[in-house]
Design a protein around this ligand. Structure first.
Ligand code: BTN
Length: 336
């Protein structure tokens, strides 16, 4: 989704205001810099106001940016994104059925690696195992990233884990929040689910054509927003911060894309082994008693670690070790 000429200028105008936050910039300075009349500049400022930005306007002095809204509009995201390619091809919609579906259709049309689809709401947000994902307008982040890694198809689930670690590091960086990985695809805070990841791959026998990593993050949700049945107790960034700090979804999105790009590059360059070590350290399951639904039966025992491929290793009371590559953890009990 190529952005329009006008959006490019809006991004440049925003960058100018953001790099000198307290500065009042005159209409003349803006019109000289962008080579358009002051009337056109005032129209651009109006367009930004329509997106929720607020300016202080001082007659004969100029404009000062005084408020940046919570918005995922490309003008805001592309004015703050620091990545090289992750999210640079940015597709945003107020409402989509599912960002994963949109990302898959863009992938089939040849969209480049790092393309990112974001929606303010989803009408058919999907979770793993045919579950739905609560996608209330404006409350959460619904993100799908397209990757085209040269890896064997069986390794694609490793990218889910990398994405979970990118989110865990984002939450630490922005809010000093201690989030953990709950194998295979959840990010939890104090035992409650804050985010889930649904990766979907298109593969040929020995080759991965592309992988779409869909991440759903509960951001502004209050307890009463979580209506319906949840397998795991849900939480949100705002709940975990006790609604005590300003939160902007664009901060989470841009930090997540930057961290994900770094982690993904490291994975492509140096391989998976460092990430297995991290799984041992940062997983809520390590050492716990678990019941895991493998799709072809239930395995109960103690989670003793992770395999080289990223599978969960469970030791049954009889001492038999099972490596589970795909599964759903039904129950976790603290002591073993
Ligand atoms: C799960 O916990 O089961 C995974 C949930 C994944 C939800 C995200 S929201 C963005 C992307 N689009 C979807 O339809 N699903 C994923």
């Amino acid at each position: 989704m190529a952005i329009s000429h006008k959006e490019k200028i809006l991004i440049e105008i925003l960058n100018l205001f953001k790099t000198s936050p307290d500065k009042c910039i005159s209409g003349t300075e803006l019109s000289n810099r962008f080579g358009v009349s002051r009337t056109v500049i005032s129209r651009y400022i109006k367009s930004l106001e329509e997106l929720g930005y607020k300016f202080e306007k001082r007659t004969a002095v100029g404009y000062r940016l005084i408020y940046i809204p919570d918005t995922l509009h490309p003008v805001e995201i592309l004015s703050m994104l620091e990545t090289r390619y992750m999210g640079r091809n940015y597709f945003y919609c107020e409402e989509l059925e599912s960002t994963n579906d949109k990302a898959i259709s863009l992938a089939l049309q040849g969209a480049p690696e790092g393309s990112c689809v974001v929606a303010n709401a989803q009408t058919q947000g999907r979770g793993r195992l045919n579950r739905s994902w609560l996608s209330i307008p404006g409350k959460g982040l619904y993100i799908s990233i397209l990757l085209r890694p040269s890896i064997e198809p069986k390794k694609a689930p490793q990218l889910t884990i990398i994405s979970a670690f990118a989110l865990i590091d984002t939450l630490k960086q922005l809010y000093n929040m201690e989030a953990k990985l709950k194998w295979p695809n959840d990010v939890v805070v104090k035992g409650k689910k804050l985010a889930g990841i649904l990766s979907e791959s298109h593969v040929e026998p020995q080759k991965t054509r592309f992988v779409v990593i869909g991440t759903g993050i509960n951001v502004f949700h209050r307890k009463e927003d979580f209506t319906g049945h949840f397998r795991y107790s849900p939480t949100s960034v705002a709940i975990e911060l006790s609604f005590s700090r300003p939160i902007k979804r664009q901060d989470i999105l841009c930090e997540f894309l930057l961290t994900f790009e770094n982690h993904y590059e490291d994975y492509i360059r140096n391989g998976w082994s460092n990430w297995v070590d991290r799984m041992h350290r940062d997983s809520v399951l390590s050492g716990k008693k678990v019941d895991v639904d493998t799709g072809s039966g239930k395995i109960s025992g103690r989670a003793i670690g992770f395999s080289e491929e990223g599978g969960l290793i469970v030791e049954t009371p009889e001492g038999k070790k099972h490596t589970i590559l795909i599964g759903d953890v039904l129950r976790v009990t603290p002591e073993g």
